[in-house]
Design a binder for this molecule. Structure first.
Ligand code: ADP
Length: 576
Protein backbone atom coordinates (compact mmCIF):
# COMPACT_ATOMS: atom_id res chain seq x y z
CA UNK A 1 0.00 0.00 0.00
CA UNK A 2 2.83 2.34 0.94
CA UNK A 3 4.41 1.58 -2.41
CA UNK A 4 1.23 2.59 -4.20
CA UNK A 5 0.76 5.69 -2.02
CA UNK A 6 4.28 6.82 -2.80
CA UNK A 7 3.94 6.01 -6.47
CA UNK A 8 0.54 7.49 -7.21
CA UNK A 9 1.62 11.17 -7.23
CA UNK A 10 4.34 10.40 -9.77
CA UNK A 11 1.81 8.68 -12.00
CA UNK A 12 -0.76 11.45 -11.77
CA UNK A 13 0.63 13.66 -14.57
CA UNK A 14 0.47 10.65 -16.89
CA UNK A 15 -2.97 9.47 -15.83
CA UNK A 16 -4.39 9.76 -19.36
CA UNK A 17 -1.73 7.45 -20.79
CA UNK A 18 -2.19 5.13 -17.83
CA UNK A 19 -5.97 4.90 -18.33
CA UNK A 20 -5.47 4.22 -22.06
CA UNK A 21 -2.94 1.53 -21.17
CA UNK A 22 -5.44 -0.09 -18.83
CA UNK A 23 -8.14 0.09 -21.48
CA UNK A 24 -5.85 -1.56 -24.00
CA UNK A 25 -5.07 -4.18 -21.38
CA UNK A 26 -8.75 -4.84 -20.79
CA UNK A 27 -9.32 -5.35 -24.52
CA UNK A 28 -6.30 -7.64 -24.80
CA UNK A 29 -7.42 -9.57 -21.74
CA UNK A 30 -10.99 -9.98 -22.90
CA UNK A 31 -9.81 -10.97 -26.40
CA UNK A 32 -7.76 -13.81 -24.91
CA UNK A 33 -10.13 -15.05 -22.25
CA UNK A 34 -13.42 -14.68 -24.00
CA UNK A 35 -12.76 -13.90 -27.65
CA UNK A 36 -10.39 -16.69 -28.59
CA UNK A 37 -12.36 -19.59 -27.06
CA UNK A 38 -15.57 -18.13 -28.42
CA UNK A 39 -14.28 -17.93 -31.97
CA UNK A 40 -12.59 -21.29 -31.66
CA UNK A 41 -15.91 -22.86 -30.96
CA UNK A 42 -17.62 -21.03 -33.82
CA UNK A 43 -14.92 -21.99 -36.28
CA UNK A 44 -14.78 -25.62 -35.18
CA UNK A 45 -18.54 -25.88 -35.23
CA UNK A 46 -18.78 -24.51 -38.76
CA UNK A 47 -15.97 -26.60 -40.14
CA UNK A 48 -16.11 -29.95 -38.32
CA UNK A 49 -19.72 -30.38 -37.31
CA UNK A 50 -21.55 -29.29 -40.39
CA UNK A 51 -21.53 -32.32 -42.60
CA UNK A 52 -24.72 -31.71 -44.62
CA UNK A 53 -24.06 -28.20 -45.88
CA UNK A 54 -21.27 -27.35 -48.24
CA UNK A 55 -19.96 -23.84 -47.48
CA UNK A 56 -18.55 -21.64 -50.17
CA UNK A 57 -14.79 -21.09 -49.95
CA UNK A 58 -15.31 -17.39 -49.20
CA UNK A 59 -17.62 -18.21 -46.34
CA UNK A 60 -15.10 -20.67 -44.92
CA UNK A 61 -12.33 -18.10 -45.28
CA UNK A 62 -14.55 -15.61 -43.48
CA UNK A 63 -15.20 -18.01 -40.60
CA UNK A 64 -11.57 -19.09 -40.44
CA UNK A 65 -10.52 -15.46 -40.38
CA UNK A 66 -12.40 -14.95 -37.11
CA UNK A 67 -9.63 -16.60 -35.14
CA UNK A 68 -6.75 -14.54 -36.55
CA UNK A 69 -9.01 -11.51 -36.18
CA UNK A 70 -9.31 -12.05 -32.44
CA UNK A 71 -5.54 -12.52 -32.28
CA UNK A 72 -5.03 -9.29 -34.23
CA UNK A 73 -7.28 -7.39 -31.80
CA UNK A 74 -5.40 -8.96 -28.92
CA UNK A 75 -2.02 -8.16 -30.55
CA UNK A 76 -2.83 -4.50 -31.20
CA UNK A 77 -4.31 -3.99 -27.74
CA UNK A 78 -1.34 -5.80 -26.21
CA UNK A 79 1.10 -3.60 -28.08
CA UNK A 80 -0.55 -0.37 -26.91
CA UNK A 81 -0.88 -1.70 -23.40
CA UNK A 82 2.83 -2.43 -23.19
CA UNK A 83 3.92 0.72 -25.01
CA UNK A 84 1.85 3.01 -22.81
CA UNK A 85 2.79 1.16 -19.65
CA UNK A 86 6.46 1.58 -20.53
CA UNK A 87 5.82 5.26 -21.18
CA UNK A 88 4.24 5.66 -17.76
CA UNK A 89 6.94 3.53 -16.14
CA UNK A 90 9.90 5.49 -17.47
CA UNK A 91 8.20 8.76 -16.56
CA UNK A 92 7.61 7.58 -13.02
CA UNK A 93 11.24 6.45 -12.83
CA UNK A 94 12.40 9.85 -14.08
CA UNK A 95 10.37 11.71 -11.47
CA UNK A 96 11.38 9.33 -8.70
CA UNK A 97 15.07 9.79 -9.49
CA UNK A 98 14.60 13.53 -9.66
CA UNK A 99 12.85 13.54 -6.27
CA UNK A 100 15.64 11.44 -4.77
CA UNK A 101 18.27 13.73 -6.20
CA UNK A 102 16.44 16.79 -4.87
CA UNK A 103 16.10 15.09 -1.52
CA UNK A 104 19.86 14.55 -1.39
CA UNK A 105 20.35 18.29 -1.79
CA UNK A 106 18.41 18.89 1.43
CA UNK A 107 20.18 16.31 3.56
CA UNK A 108 22.64 17.41 6.23
CA UNK A 109 26.34 16.95 5.65
CA UNK A 110 26.37 14.37 8.45
CA UNK A 111 24.31 12.06 6.22
CA UNK A 112 27.03 11.96 3.57
CA UNK A 113 29.64 11.15 6.18
CA UNK A 114 27.65 8.16 7.40
CA UNK A 115 26.55 6.77 4.04
CA UNK A 116 28.74 5.73 1.18
CA UNK A 117 28.19 7.55 -2.08
CA UNK A 118 28.39 4.24 -3.97
CA UNK A 119 25.45 2.84 -2.05
CA UNK A 120 23.49 6.03 -2.67
CA UNK A 121 24.27 5.79 -6.38
CA UNK A 122 23.00 2.26 -6.34
CA UNK A 123 19.79 3.22 -4.56
CA UNK A 124 19.08 6.05 -6.98
CA UNK A 125 19.96 4.17 -10.15
CA UNK A 126 19.47 0.43 -9.69
CA UNK A 127 16.86 0.24 -6.94
CA UNK A 128 14.64 2.69 -8.76
CA UNK A 129 15.07 0.67 -11.95
CA UNK A 130 14.03 -2.46 -10.08
CA UNK A 131 10.96 -0.65 -8.74
CA UNK A 132 10.07 0.68 -12.18
CA UNK A 133 10.50 -2.67 -13.95
CA UNK A 134 8.62 -4.62 -11.33
CA UNK A 135 5.74 -2.22 -10.84
CA UNK A 136 5.22 -1.78 -14.54
CA UNK A 137 5.19 -5.53 -15.09
CA UNK A 138 2.67 -5.67 -12.30
CA UNK A 139 0.59 -2.80 -13.67
CA UNK A 140 0.58 -4.29 -17.19
CA UNK A 141 -0.43 -7.73 -15.96
CA UNK A 142 -2.79 -6.42 -13.31
CA UNK A 143 -4.96 -4.71 -15.89
CA UNK A 144 -4.80 -7.45 -18.49
CA UNK A 145 -4.83 -10.78 -16.73
CA UNK A 146 -7.87 -10.23 -14.48
CA UNK A 147 -9.90 -9.55 -17.61
CA UNK A 148 -8.60 -12.67 -19.26
CA UNK A 149 -9.68 -14.52 -16.13
CA UNK A 150 -13.08 -12.80 -16.08
CA UNK A 151 -13.50 -13.42 -19.83
CA UNK A 152 -12.47 -17.06 -19.45
CA UNK A 153 -14.68 -17.67 -16.45
CA UNK A 154 -17.52 -15.83 -18.18
CA UNK A 155 -17.20 -18.13 -21.14
CA UNK A 156 -17.04 -21.19 -18.90
CA UNK A 157 -20.13 -20.07 -17.01
CA UNK A 158 -21.96 -19.55 -20.30
CA UNK A 159 -20.96 -22.94 -21.64
CA UNK A 160 -21.69 -24.70 -18.37
CA UNK A 161 -25.11 -23.17 -18.40
CA UNK A 162 -25.68 -24.17 -22.00
CA UNK A 163 -24.39 -27.69 -21.48
CA UNK A 164 -25.88 -27.98 -18.01
CA UNK A 165 -22.41 -28.75 -16.75
CA UNK A 166 -21.82 -27.13 -13.40
CA UNK A 167 -19.22 -29.64 -12.27
CA UNK A 168 -16.81 -28.54 -14.94
CA UNK A 169 -17.08 -25.05 -13.60
CA UNK A 170 -16.82 -26.08 -9.96
CA UNK A 171 -13.67 -27.99 -10.75
CA UNK A 172 -12.16 -24.93 -12.25
CA UNK A 173 -13.23 -22.70 -9.39
CA UNK A 174 -11.53 -25.06 -7.00
CA UNK A 175 -8.37 -24.61 -8.99
CA UNK A 176 -8.01 -20.92 -8.20
CA UNK A 177 -7.24 -21.06 -4.47
CA UNK A 178 -4.98 -24.08 -4.96
CA UNK A 179 -2.96 -22.15 -7.53
CA UNK A 180 -2.53 -19.29 -5.06
CA UNK A 181 -0.81 -21.41 -2.41
CA UNK A 182 2.69 -21.41 -3.98
CA UNK A 183 2.49 -17.67 -4.57
CA UNK A 184 1.64 -16.94 -0.97
CA UNK A 185 4.45 -19.15 0.28
CA UNK A 186 7.03 -17.75 -2.08
CA UNK A 187 6.09 -14.05 -2.00
CA UNK A 188 7.40 -13.50 1.52
CA UNK A 189 10.82 -14.92 0.65
CA UNK A 190 11.01 -12.84 -2.49
CA UNK A 191 10.61 -9.51 -0.72
CA UNK A 192 13.32 -10.37 1.76
CA UNK A 193 15.69 -11.72 -0.90
CA UNK A 194 15.13 -8.74 -3.17
CA UNK A 195 16.29 -6.38 -0.44
CA UNK A 196 19.42 -8.47 -0.02
CA UNK A 197 20.03 -8.57 -3.77
CA UNK A 198 19.78 -4.80 -3.97
CA UNK A 199 21.90 -4.27 -0.85
CA UNK A 200 24.72 -6.45 -2.18
CA UNK A 201 24.50 -4.67 -5.51
CA UNK A 202 24.93 -1.46 -3.51
CA UNK A 203 28.12 -2.88 -1.99
CA UNK A 204 29.42 -3.73 -5.46
CA UNK A 205 28.79 -0.16 -6.66
CA UNK A 206 30.33 1.18 -3.48
CA UNK A 207 33.55 -0.74 -4.00
CA UNK A 208 33.64 0.19 -7.67
CA UNK A 209 33.26 3.91 -7.03
CA UNK A 210 35.85 3.79 -4.23
CA UNK A 211 38.26 2.01 -6.53
CA UNK A 212 37.77 4.62 -9.24
CA UNK A 213 38.43 7.44 -6.80
CA UNK A 214 41.48 5.80 -5.35
CA UNK A 215 43.11 4.95 -8.68
CA UNK A 216 46.40 6.59 -7.64
CA UNK A 217 46.54 4.81 -4.26
CA UNK A 218 45.71 1.47 -5.89
CA UNK A 219 48.71 1.84 -8.17
CA UNK A 220 51.15 3.30 -5.69
CA UNK A 221 50.43 0.70 -2.98
CA UNK A 222 50.10 -2.17 -5.49
CA UNK A 223 46.58 -2.89 -4.33
CA UNK A 224 45.30 -4.23 -7.66
CA UNK A 225 45.10 -7.87 -6.54
CA UNK A 226 43.57 -7.02 -3.18
CA UNK A 227 40.99 -4.74 -4.77
CA UNK A 228 40.18 -7.30 -7.41
CA UNK A 229 39.74 -10.05 -4.80
CA UNK A 230 37.41 -7.88 -2.74
CA UNK A 231 35.38 -7.00 -5.84
CA UNK A 232 35.19 -10.70 -6.73
CA UNK A 233 33.96 -11.53 -3.23
CA UNK A 234 31.30 -8.86 -3.36
CA UNK A 235 30.18 -10.04 -6.80
CA UNK A 236 29.98 -13.57 -5.44
CA UNK A 237 27.91 -12.43 -2.46
CA UNK A 238 25.55 -10.64 -4.84
CA UNK A 239 25.41 -13.71 -7.07
CA UNK A 240 24.48 -15.90 -4.09
CA UNK A 241 21.57 -13.72 -3.04
CA UNK A 242 20.48 -13.33 -6.64
CA UNK A 243 20.36 -17.10 -7.09
CA UNK A 244 18.39 -17.48 -3.86
CA UNK A 245 15.89 -15.03 -5.29
CA UNK A 246 15.78 -16.90 -8.60
CA UNK A 247 15.29 -20.19 -6.75
CA UNK A 248 12.05 -18.93 -5.22
CA UNK A 249 10.94 -16.82 -8.13
CA UNK A 250 11.21 -19.55 -10.71
CA UNK A 251 9.46 -22.08 -8.50
CA UNK A 252 6.10 -20.34 -8.74
CA UNK A 253 5.50 -21.01 -12.41
CA UNK A 254 6.06 -24.80 -12.57
CA UNK A 255 4.12 -25.32 -9.36
CA UNK A 256 1.13 -23.44 -10.71
CA UNK A 257 1.37 -25.07 -14.12
CA UNK A 258 1.42 -28.52 -12.63
CA UNK A 259 -1.65 -27.84 -10.57
CA UNK A 260 -3.44 -26.47 -13.64
CA UNK A 261 -2.44 -29.39 -15.83
CA UNK A 262 -3.70 -31.93 -13.30
CA UNK A 263 -7.09 -30.24 -13.38
CA UNK A 264 -6.97 -30.27 -17.18
CA UNK A 265 -6.21 -34.01 -17.20
CA UNK A 266 -9.16 -34.68 -14.90
CA UNK A 267 -11.36 -32.65 -17.23
CA UNK A 268 -10.48 -34.97 -20.15
CA UNK A 269 -11.84 -37.97 -18.28
CA UNK A 270 -14.84 -36.00 -17.17
CA UNK A 271 -15.56 -34.74 -20.68
CA UNK A 272 -15.44 -38.29 -22.05
CA UNK A 273 -17.82 -39.56 -19.39
CA UNK A 274 -20.25 -36.70 -19.97
CA UNK A 275 -20.13 -37.00 -23.78
CA UNK A 276 -19.20 -33.38 -24.23
CA UNK A 277 -18.73 -32.75 -27.94
CA UNK A 278 -15.29 -32.05 -29.33
CA UNK A 279 -15.59 -28.39 -30.31
CA UNK A 280 -17.22 -27.46 -27.00
CA UNK A 281 -14.51 -29.32 -25.14
CA UNK A 282 -11.76 -27.62 -27.11
CA UNK A 283 -13.30 -24.18 -26.54
CA UNK A 284 -13.76 -24.89 -22.83
CA UNK A 285 -10.24 -26.28 -22.67
CA UNK A 286 -8.98 -23.11 -24.25
CA UNK A 287 -10.95 -20.93 -21.87
CA UNK A 288 -9.52 -23.04 -19.07
CA UNK A 289 -6.01 -22.72 -20.44
CA UNK A 290 -6.20 -18.95 -20.90
CA UNK A 291 -7.73 -18.46 -17.50
CA UNK A 292 -5.16 -20.61 -15.74
CA UNK A 293 -2.37 -19.00 -17.73
CA UNK A 294 -3.66 -15.54 -16.87
CA UNK A 295 -3.85 -16.47 -13.22
CA UNK A 296 -0.29 -17.73 -13.39
CA UNK A 297 0.91 -14.53 -15.03
CA UNK A 298 -0.96 -12.41 -12.58
CA UNK A 299 0.60 -14.23 -9.67
CA UNK A 300 4.02 -13.88 -11.23
CA UNK A 301 3.35 -10.16 -11.39
CA UNK A 302 2.44 -10.23 -7.70
CA UNK A 303 5.86 -11.76 -7.10
CA UNK A 304 7.38 -8.90 -9.07
CA UNK A 305 5.66 -6.52 -6.73
CA UNK A 306 7.27 -8.27 -3.78
CA UNK A 307 10.63 -7.73 -5.42
CA UNK A 308 9.81 -4.07 -5.96
CA UNK A 309 8.89 -3.84 -2.30
CA UNK A 310 12.42 -4.89 -1.31
CA UNK A 311 13.98 -2.21 -3.51
CA UNK A 312 11.36 0.30 -2.49
CA UNK A 313 12.31 -0.04 1.17
CA UNK A 314 15.86 0.96 0.28
CA UNK A 315 14.70 3.98 -1.71
CA UNK A 316 12.19 4.89 0.99
CA UNK A 317 15.05 4.95 3.53
CA UNK A 318 16.21 8.09 1.72
CA UNK A 319 12.77 9.56 1.02
CA UNK A 320 11.74 9.19 4.65
CA UNK A 321 14.64 11.15 6.10
CA UNK A 322 13.48 14.35 7.70
CA UNK A 323 16.25 16.92 7.18
CA UNK A 324 17.22 18.15 10.65
CA UNK A 325 18.77 21.38 9.47
CA UNK A 326 16.04 23.47 7.87
CA UNK A 327 14.99 27.08 7.50
CA UNK A 328 12.57 28.46 10.09
CA UNK A 329 8.95 28.89 9.03
CA UNK A 330 9.14 32.67 9.21
CA UNK A 331 12.77 33.61 8.68
CA UNK A 332 14.19 36.98 9.59
CA UNK A 333 14.35 39.30 6.58
CA UNK A 334 17.95 40.06 5.69
CA UNK A 335 18.96 43.39 4.19
CA UNK A 336 22.59 43.90 4.93
CA UNK A 337 24.79 41.84 7.18
CA UNK A 338 27.75 43.51 8.93
CA UNK A 339 29.20 40.20 10.03
CA UNK A 340 29.54 40.32 13.81
CA UNK A 341 29.72 36.68 14.94
CA UNK A 342 29.02 35.63 18.51
CA UNK A 343 29.21 32.13 20.01
CA UNK A 344 27.26 31.81 23.26
CA UNK A 345 28.05 28.70 25.31
CA UNK A 346 28.05 26.51 22.24
CA UNK A 347 28.39 22.77 22.82
CA UNK A 348 28.60 20.34 19.95
CA UNK A 349 29.19 16.59 19.61
CA UNK A 350 29.29 14.39 16.50
CA UNK A 351 28.51 11.39 18.65
CA UNK A 352 28.46 11.05 22.41
CA UNK A 353 31.44 13.06 23.57
CA UNK A 354 31.46 16.82 22.94
CA UNK A 355 33.97 18.19 20.46
CA UNK A 356 33.22 21.82 21.38
CA UNK A 357 32.64 22.42 25.06
CA UNK A 358 30.48 25.41 25.96
CA UNK A 359 32.39 27.89 23.79
CA UNK A 360 31.75 31.60 24.06
CA UNK A 361 33.54 34.16 21.95
CA UNK A 362 32.90 37.10 19.68
CA UNK A 363 34.44 38.13 16.38
CA UNK A 364 33.98 41.79 15.52
CA UNK A 365 32.45 42.65 12.16
CA UNK A 366 35.03 43.36 9.49
CA UNK A 367 37.94 41.75 11.35
CA UNK A 368 39.97 38.64 10.66
CA UNK A 369 40.24 35.91 13.25
CA UNK A 370 42.67 33.01 13.09
CA UNK A 371 41.91 29.68 14.71
CA UNK A 372 45.01 27.81 15.82
CA UNK A 373 45.66 24.73 17.89
CA UNK A 374 46.72 21.12 17.61
CA UNK A 375 45.00 18.78 15.20
CA UNK A 376 41.66 17.50 16.52
CA UNK A 377 41.19 20.51 18.81
CA UNK A 378 37.86 21.45 17.16
CA UNK A 379 38.82 24.31 14.82
CA UNK A 380 37.19 22.91 11.65
CA UNK A 381 34.10 21.94 13.62
CA UNK A 382 33.86 25.50 14.95
CA UNK A 383 33.77 27.00 11.46
CA UNK A 384 31.32 24.38 10.16
CA UNK A 385 28.73 25.53 12.68
CA UNK A 386 28.51 29.06 11.26
CA UNK A 387 26.90 28.13 7.87
CA UNK A 388 24.86 25.48 9.77
CA UNK A 389 26.53 22.46 8.18
CA UNK A 390 25.85 21.09 11.66
CA UNK A 391 23.66 22.49 14.45
CA UNK A 392 25.03 22.75 17.96
CA UNK A 393 23.33 20.70 20.66
CA UNK A 394 23.16 23.67 23.00
CA UNK A 395 24.04 27.34 23.06
CA UNK A 396 23.51 29.88 20.31
CA UNK A 397 25.45 31.39 17.44
CA UNK A 398 24.45 34.91 16.48
CA UNK A 399 25.26 37.04 13.46
CA UNK A 400 24.67 40.74 14.10
CA UNK A 401 22.70 39.70 17.18
CA UNK A 402 20.30 37.35 15.35
CA UNK A 403 20.47 33.60 15.96
CA UNK A 404 21.63 31.89 12.78
CA UNK A 405 18.65 29.54 13.13
CA UNK A 406 16.33 32.51 12.53
CA UNK A 407 17.73 33.20 9.06
CA UNK A 408 16.62 31.15 6.09
CA UNK A 409 19.40 28.71 5.18
CA UNK A 410 19.63 30.38 1.78
CA UNK A 411 20.12 33.88 3.20
CA UNK A 412 22.62 32.66 5.77
CA UNK A 413 24.75 30.84 3.23
CA UNK A 414 24.39 33.62 0.69
CA UNK A 415 26.25 35.85 3.14
CA UNK A 416 29.09 33.45 3.80
CA UNK A 417 31.85 32.61 1.33
CA UNK A 418 33.69 29.41 2.10
CA UNK A 419 37.07 28.32 0.80
CA UNK A 420 37.67 24.74 1.92
CA UNK A 421 41.04 23.03 2.25
CA UNK A 422 40.56 20.94 -0.84
CA UNK A 423 38.04 22.74 -3.03
CA UNK A 424 36.05 20.73 -5.54
CA UNK A 425 35.83 21.97 -9.09
CA UNK A 426 32.96 20.81 -11.29
CA UNK A 427 33.70 19.21 -14.63
CA UNK A 428 33.00 22.43 -16.48
CA UNK A 429 34.91 25.42 -17.84
CA UNK A 430 37.09 27.53 -15.54
CA UNK A 431 34.78 30.50 -16.15
CA UNK A 432 31.73 28.52 -15.03
CA UNK A 433 33.60 27.21 -12.02
CA UNK A 434 34.35 30.75 -10.91
CA UNK A 435 30.80 31.84 -11.75
CA UNK A 436 29.48 29.68 -8.90
CA UNK A 437 30.33 32.71 -6.73
CA UNK A 438 27.70 34.73 -8.55
CA UNK A 439 25.54 33.07 -11.22
CA UNK A 440 24.80 36.44 -12.84
CA UNK A 441 28.41 37.57 -13.17
CA UNK A 442 29.57 38.68 -16.60
CA UNK A 443 32.91 37.83 -18.12
CA UNK A 444 34.51 41.10 -16.96
CA UNK A 445 33.64 40.36 -13.36
CA UNK A 446 34.97 36.83 -13.67
CA UNK A 447 38.25 38.07 -15.10
CA UNK A 448 38.51 40.65 -12.30
CA UNK A 449 37.90 37.96 -9.67
CA UNK A 450 40.52 35.73 -11.29
CA UNK A 451 43.02 38.58 -11.28
CA UNK A 452 42.34 39.36 -7.61
CA UNK A 453 42.80 35.67 -6.79
CA UNK A 454 46.14 35.67 -8.65
CA UNK A 455 44.71 33.05 -11.00
CA UNK A 456 44.55 35.09 -14.20
CA UNK A 457 48.03 34.29 -15.48
CA UNK A 458 47.81 30.54 -15.25
CA UNK A 459 44.29 30.53 -16.70
CA UNK A 460 45.43 32.59 -19.68
CA UNK A 461 48.33 30.16 -20.04
CA UNK A 462 45.86 27.45 -21.10
CA UNK A 463 45.14 27.28 -24.80
CA UNK A 464 41.44 27.82 -24.25
CA UNK A 465 41.85 30.25 -21.35
CA UNK A 466 38.71 30.66 -19.27
CA UNK A 467 36.90 28.19 -21.54
CA UNK A 468 39.22 25.34 -20.51
CA UNK A 469 37.24 22.40 -19.19
CA UNK A 470 38.91 21.29 -15.98
CA UNK A 471 38.00 17.60 -16.26
CA UNK A 472 36.80 15.19 -13.59
CA UNK A 473 38.43 16.03 -10.23
CA UNK A 474 40.22 18.89 -12.00
CA UNK A 475 43.31 16.74 -12.30
CA UNK A 476 44.66 19.11 -14.95
CA UNK A 477 45.16 21.75 -12.25
CA UNK A 478 47.67 21.76 -9.41
CA UNK A 479 46.52 22.01 -5.79
CA UNK A 480 47.57 25.65 -5.64
CA UNK A 481 45.72 26.45 -8.87
CA UNK A 482 42.55 24.81 -7.59
CA UNK A 483 42.78 26.89 -4.44
CA UNK A 484 43.15 30.08 -6.41
CA UNK A 485 40.03 29.25 -8.44
CA UNK A 486 38.23 28.73 -5.13
CA UNK A 487 39.51 32.13 -3.96
CA UNK A 488 38.26 33.68 -7.21
CA UNK A 489 34.81 32.24 -6.42
CA UNK A 490 34.99 33.87 -2.99
CA UNK A 491 36.00 37.21 -4.54
CA UNK A 492 33.05 37.02 -6.88
CA UNK A 493 30.63 36.12 -4.11
CA UNK A 494 31.70 39.18 -2.12
CA UNK A 495 29.94 37.92 1.01
CA UNK A 496 30.48 39.88 4.26
CA UNK A 497 31.64 36.74 6.07
CA UNK A 498 34.51 34.65 4.81
CA UNK A 499 35.45 31.21 6.09
CA UNK A 500 38.77 29.76 5.11
CA UNK A 501 40.33 26.43 5.85
CA UNK A 502 43.95 26.88 4.96
CA UNK A 503 45.54 24.00 3.08
CA UNK A 504 47.80 21.92 5.30
CA UNK A 505 49.62 20.38 2.37
CA UNK A 506 52.66 22.22 1.14
CA UNK A 507 51.98 24.19 -2.00
CA UNK A 508 54.59 25.12 -4.55
CA UNK A 509 56.28 28.34 -3.51
CA UNK A 510 54.83 30.35 -6.39
CA UNK A 511 51.29 29.30 -5.47
CA UNK A 512 51.96 29.88 -1.80
CA UNK A 513 53.14 33.45 -2.39
CA UNK A 514 50.27 34.21 -4.75
CA UNK A 515 47.66 32.80 -2.39
CA UNK A 516 49.03 34.99 0.43
CA UNK A 517 48.81 37.98 -1.87
CA UNK A 518 45.23 37.12 -2.85
CA UNK A 519 44.25 36.58 0.77
CA UNK A 520 45.46 40.05 1.74
CA UNK A 521 42.97 41.58 -0.68
CA UNK A 522 40.19 39.08 -0.05
CA UNK A 523 40.00 39.48 3.72
CA UNK A 524 39.91 43.26 3.62
CA UNK A 525 36.79 44.63 5.30
CA UNK A 526 35.26 41.19 5.84
CA UNK A 527 34.62 39.16 8.94
CA UNK A 528 37.04 36.32 8.42
CA UNK A 529 37.32 33.02 10.25
CA UNK A 530 40.41 31.19 9.16
CA UNK A 531 41.73 27.84 10.29
CA UNK A 532 45.34 28.81 9.81
CA UNK A 533 48.41 26.64 9.68
CA UNK A 534 50.94 29.20 8.53
CA UNK A 535 52.13 31.92 10.82
CA UNK A 536 52.45 34.24 7.86
CA UNK A 537 48.64 34.06 7.68
CA UNK A 538 48.07 34.06 11.42
CA UNK A 539 50.06 37.24 11.96
CA UNK A 540 47.77 39.12 9.56
CA UNK A 541 44.74 38.49 11.77
CA UNK A 542 43.52 40.94 14.35
CA UNK A 543 42.40 38.22 16.73
CA UNK A 544 43.79 34.74 17.31
CA UNK A 545 41.82 32.02 19.11
CA UNK A 546 43.86 29.14 20.52
CA UNK A 547 41.95 25.87 20.59
CA UNK A 548 42.79 22.83 22.69
CA UNK A 549 40.59 19.83 23.47
CA UNK A 550 37.39 21.49 22.26
CA UNK A 551 37.92 24.69 24.26
CA UNK A 552 39.28 28.14 23.51
CA UNK A 553 42.15 28.37 25.93
CA UNK A 554 43.47 31.79 24.90
CA UNK A 555 42.59 34.81 22.81
CA UNK A 556 44.72 37.73 21.72
CA UNK A 557 47.14 39.08 19.16
CA UNK A 558 50.28 37.28 18.07
CA UNK A 559 52.52 39.32 20.34
CA UNK A 560 50.23 38.90 23.32
CA UNK A 561 49.92 35.15 22.90
CA UNK A 562 53.63 34.54 22.40
CA UNK A 563 54.24 35.80 25.90
CA UNK A 564 51.07 34.56 27.61
CA UNK A 565 50.14 31.22 25.99
CA UNK A 566 52.71 28.39 26.18
CA UNK A 567 50.79 26.21 23.68
CA UNK A 568 50.76 29.03 21.12
CA UNK A 569 54.46 29.67 21.67
CA UNK A 570 55.15 25.98 21.23
CA UNK A 571 53.15 25.83 17.97
CA UNK A 572 54.94 28.91 16.70
CA UNK A 573 58.40 27.62 17.54
CA UNK A 574 57.67 24.31 15.87
CA UNK A 575 57.01 26.07 12.57
CA UNK A 576 59.82 28.60 12.43
P1 ADP B 1 40.69 20.38 13.98
O1 ADP B 1 40.11 21.13 12.87
O2 ADP B 1 41.11 21.25 15.13
O3 ADP B 1 41.80 19.48 13.56
P2 ADP B 1 38.19 18.99 14.03
O4 ADP B 1 37.16 20.00 14.32
O5 ADP B 1 38.35 18.54 12.63
O6 ADP B 1 39.58 19.44 14.62
O7 ADP B 1 37.90 17.71 14.93
C1 ADP B 1 37.61 17.77 16.29
C2 ADP B 1 37.24 16.36 16.78
O8 ADP B 1 36.06 15.94 16.17
C3 ADP B 1 38.30 15.31 16.44
O9 ADP B 1 38.40 14.43 17.54
C4 ADP B 1 37.73 14.60 15.23
O10 ADP B 1 38.13 13.27 15.24
C5 ADP B 1 36.23 14.72 15.47
N1 ADP B 1 35.50 14.82 14.18
C6 ADP B 1 35.71 15.71 13.22
N2 ADP B 1 34.84 15.55 12.20
C7 ADP B 1 34.03 14.52 12.55
C8 ADP B 1 32.92 13.86 11.95
N3 ADP B 1 32.45 14.24 10.78
N4 ADP B 1 32.35 12.84 12.61
C9 ADP B 1 32.81 12.45 13.82
N5 ADP B 1 33.85 13.01 14.43
C10 ADP B 1 34.46 14.04 13.83
Amino acid sequence: MKLIRTYAPYLKPHSRAFILAILAGVIAGAASGLGIPFFTQKVFKAIFENTERIYSTWYLIGVAALLPASFVVRGIADYFNQYLMSYCGINVLRSLRQTLFDKLQTLPIAYFEKNHSGDMLSRILTDTTQIQTSTMIFAAEACRQPFTVIGGIGYLVYMSYQQKESLFLLMFMGLVPVMLIPVKLIGRHLKHRSRQVQATLGEVTEHLSENLHANVEVRSFNLQRKQSLKFGNLLYKHFNFFMKQVKYEKLTQPLMENIAVIVLAISFVYAYKQHIDFNTFIAMGMALYFTADALKRFMKAVNELQKAQGAFERVDDILAIQPEITSPETPVKVKKIDGNIRFEEVTFAYGDSPVLKSLSTEIQAGTACALVGPSGAGKSTFIKLVPRFYDSQSGCIRIDGTSIKDFSLEDLRENIAIVPQAPILFNDTIANNIRLGDPNANMDQIVRAAKAAQAYDFIEGFEEGFETVVGENATRLSGGQRQRIALARAFLKAAPILILDEATSALDSESEAKIQLALDTLIEGKTVLIVAHRFSTIKKCKTILVFDGGEIIARGTHDELISSCPLYKQLYERQI
